[in-house]
Design a protein around this ligand. Structure first.
Ligand SMILES: [Zn+2]
Length: 295
């Protein structure tokens, strides 16, 4: 019985993943989600039903359009498989319960917003608003009141908005994060409350650092900013040395001095708008949420 249920969840996950692909593509192009039949984005040819089977069609067609042989974006099978895996994880974690249903709604929204954020740095805030409302409803069903979710919602929005606005007083003179990040943070706060959200924020910042620092250092290297690169390496070394062996004042001052020099060097760089590093933060928030939910 359990195996059949698991299989059913896999199939539902794959099919919904396929639908999310449509939502992603059409929310980026501004087309209606319901009306036009599926067609190749390159040659515009209407697709046959067997071209729409999640993952399998991609494999049978060897990643190419049946008509014009244009490459099909890897986004399609990836989103389908990720959606399936997320649904399975949610079921294994929470069983057959309303928790799983609400987890699946949240994960679906995060998958769509993360993909559009990575692809075009665009996020449909309406999805985040729907998630925030679901969070309130979920809280009401569990506790009979929406206070915890409402407090979490406000906390999430205020914290991320404050972080985003720090960019305005820094030499960059602009928000460091998009408005959508605030909406997504509000939705996560609504789902997990103030305490849960603070943990998610911590994990998200860690995830952002792990994924964006190598890219950032590489960009600095490419624009010939050797000093920032060297400072980054020195700072990392200083922290490692401080942690591993010499927990002395000498090692501590080494960490502080390289840290300050590094901060000054980074701030000097974001002064010029052409190499402003506007980080998509929604993927980091999604990663933090997954870590919080499943570990
Ligand atoms: Zn085509």
């Amino acid at each position: 019985m359990n195996n059949y249920l698991l299989l059913l969840i896999c199939i539902v996950g794959l099919c919904l993943g396929s639908f999310y692909n449509v939502v992603i593509i059409r929310s980026l192009s501004g087309e209606s989600i319901v009306f036009p039949a599926s067609k190749c984005p390159k040659c515009g040819h209407k697709l046959y039903p067997w071209h729409n089977i999640p993952v399998l069609s991609y494999i049978f067609l060897r990643g190419k359009c049946y008509f014009c042989k244009e490459k099909i974006s890897l986004q399609y099978p990836v989103v389908e498989l990720v959606t399936m895996l997320m649904f399975v994880f949610a079921y294994l974690k929470f069983g057959l319960s309303t928790d799983t249903l609400f987890a699946i709604i949240l994960l679906s929204g995060l998958i769509i917003m993360t993909t559009t954020d990575i692809k075009e740095k665009l996020v449909d805030c309406n999805i985040a608003i729907i998630l925030a409302l679901c969070g309130l409803l979920f809280c009401y069903l569990r506790t009979g009141s929406i206070i915890a979710a409402a407090v979490g919602l406000i906390t999430g929005a205020v914290i991320i908005e404050l972080i985003a606005l720090t960019g305005c007083i820094l030499p960059a003179k602009t928000r460091v994060m998009g408005e959508a990040d605030t909406y997504v943070a509000a939705a996560l706060g609504s789902y997990f409350g103030m305490g849960g959200f603070s943990l998610i924020l911590l994990y998200s910042i860690a995830a952002a650092l792990i994924f964006t620092l190598p890219v950032y250092i590489y960009n600095q290297y490419k624009i010939n900013n050797k000093i920032t690169c060297i400072l980054f390496i020195l700072f990392t070394l200083a922290v490692v040395v401080f942690k591993a062996a010499f927990q002395s004042w000498l090692a501590f001052s080494f960490v502080i001095i390289t840290g300050i020099l590094l901060a000054i060097s980074v701030l000097k760089n974001i002064k010029s708008t052409d190499n402003r590093h506007y980080l998509p933060f929604v993927p980091a928030l999604a990663a933090g949420t997954l870590f919080f939910m499943f570990f």
